[in-house]
Design a protein around this ligand. Structure first.
Ligand SMILES: [Zn+2]
Length: 303
């Protein structure tokens, strides 16, 4: 079907209540763990990696749909279910945000709280600590998105050497500004927000030696725990593709360091048969309307 016609058809199906009726009688094949990155205002400036920053209107529409047709859960709900407590409801959804952009606190959180949706925020710590842009946001401005993709595949030390000269402090008004340590603390203190680890500087862990991987994961965990004053128990692998971006050694390290949940970017529902330290997720990109999300949850993500 022509995309514009398909999108109109989905809007009509949403408006007629078709997706809501279908979802309400349905069970998911696991937890739908949605993976967001940043958010931006509706008429925001042009952004690099634009697809990774949904608009606040999109996020608001997603939250309304999830609240009305699914069952948003927290990671603690999931832990209790695994530990023999109340089972998860049908159609469980866990909303996650990767990186640690300040827009999560200043833009997304009020929307999320209005709909009473629990979240897990996986936060890198070097940009927070150094008040700098994340390496890829700095490199894309100095060079290009292609250069970021090329640099991701370099061995860890060369990768650090190549992006270091592009490092810049982030202005507070920058849409890619990181949270400050105080903002990480405020975020962690909000109801139904859990802070998880995402490494110190967001390397491709598969390109790093085991001791470098350990340092990235451990340093991040200890910084975050210092800021939020409680244990950090969940982790998300940067980039997150099994084999390409992290290895079985990485998973072993994550386990040794005491994490009980870890999330990949392998596409799919997180089924009960998956290893707890390699849970699948569903990537949320800009341009996904509420109708499109309803369609994916009802049909295309289920195929
Ligand atoms: Zn990331």
């Amino acid at each position: 079907m022509i995309p514009a016609v398909a999108s109109l058809a989905k809007r009509c199906l949403l408006g007629s209540g078709h997706y809501a009726r279908r979802l309400k009688g349905d069970r998911f094949p696991g937890v739908a763990v949605l993976c967001y990155h940043g958010v931006r205002p509706p008429a925001g400036a042009r952004m690099d990696f634009a697809g990774l920053h949904v608009t606040l209107d999109e996020l608001d529409a997603h939250c309304r749909l999830l609240r009305e047709t699914c069952n948003p859960i927290s990671l603690d709900d999931w832990r209790r279910a695994l530990g023999g407590g109340p089972p998860l409801p049908p159609r469980p959804v866990l909303v996650t945000f990767d990186e640690g952009y300040a827009t999560l606190l200043t833009g997304a959180l009020p929307v999320i709280q209005r709909h009473d949706i629990p979240i897990v925020a996986f936060v890198w710590s070097d940009p927070v600590e150094q008040r700098s842009l994340a390496w890829y946001d700095a490199v894309v401005r100095a060079r290009s998105e292609d250069e970021v993709e090329r640099m991701k595949r370099l061995p860890y030390e060369e990768w650090r050497r190549r992006w270091a000269p592009h490092m810049v402090r982030a202005m507070d008004t920058d849409p890619c500004a990181p949270l400050s340590p105080a903002q990480v603390r405020w975020l962690a203190a909000a109801p139904n927000v859990e802070i998880g680890g995402h490494t110190a500087s967001h390397p491709i862990l598969a390109q790093a030696a085991p001791e470098q991987q350990r340092d990235e994961i451990e340093r991040n965990k200890s910084r975050l725990e210092g800021w939020v004053g409680r244990p950090v128990r969940a982790f998300a692998y940067p980039n997150g593709q099994p084999g390409d971006d992290y290895t079985p050694e990485t998973v072993k390290l994550v386990e040794e360091l005491g994490f009980d949940f870890a999330f990949t970017s392998r596409h799919g529902f997180a089924s009960s048969s998956e290893p707890p330290l390699e849970r699948s997720r569903l990537l949320m990109l800009a341009g996904i309307s509420a109708a499109e999300l309803a369609h994916r949850l009802s049909y295309s993500w289920r195929a």
